[in-house]
Ligand binder design. Sequence first.
Ligand code: ZN
Length: 223
Amino acid sequence: MKRKIYRMIIHILYTTKCPQCGKDVGYMDGFCNDCRKKLTDVKESVSIDGCEKVSAVCVYDENVKQAIYVLKNYCYNSAYAFALLMSEKLNKENETLPYDVIVPVPITKKKHKLRGYNQCELMAEELSAMTLIPKDFKSVVKSRETTDQKELSAKERQSNLNGAFEVRNKSALKGKNILVIDDISTTGATLREMCRCLHSAEVKSVSAIVCCKTEKMGEVKID
Ligand SMILES: [Zn+2]
């Protein structure tokens, strides 16, 4: 209810816009109907070592490119819009119940300060409010800066991330079913490393939900 009122106030002040086309939408809407219809379904299932299931809202292409840019750069309404689609996807697959906690892919403290926010945390915040699955922003941290993944080959991406994530509070996660949230999965390197890190904390299971999946590595340039 609080979130609804908050969104209503923001809507009165700034009007809520579709993150893809910029058209005015209702204050509880994410994407406008036209943009929503255009999102490309992910046909092939994604599999990642150590991950029970990976769900993606859509394929990364021109139909979602601007919304991802907004999510990564100033975020307005995009975290909510993607979380809304994620919660619908989880509900459709009847998969909200098995998860005990939502863990966003972390960024370093330095990057957080620079950008002002972690888009995965914002989506986790929204998804947690929608599904009532608790969130945990503190137990996993990114302890070192890594080279931007988009500059690297598939092999380099994995070694670039080795040991980059660290569980700070093992007891908070032990024995739990974790839902990791990320924006884009290209080679799956980030999710694979998150899985490795979480399993070291003796979690029961790890699944993941992402906004977009690229169809093939290097096929689309992510700005
Ligand atoms: Zn739109």
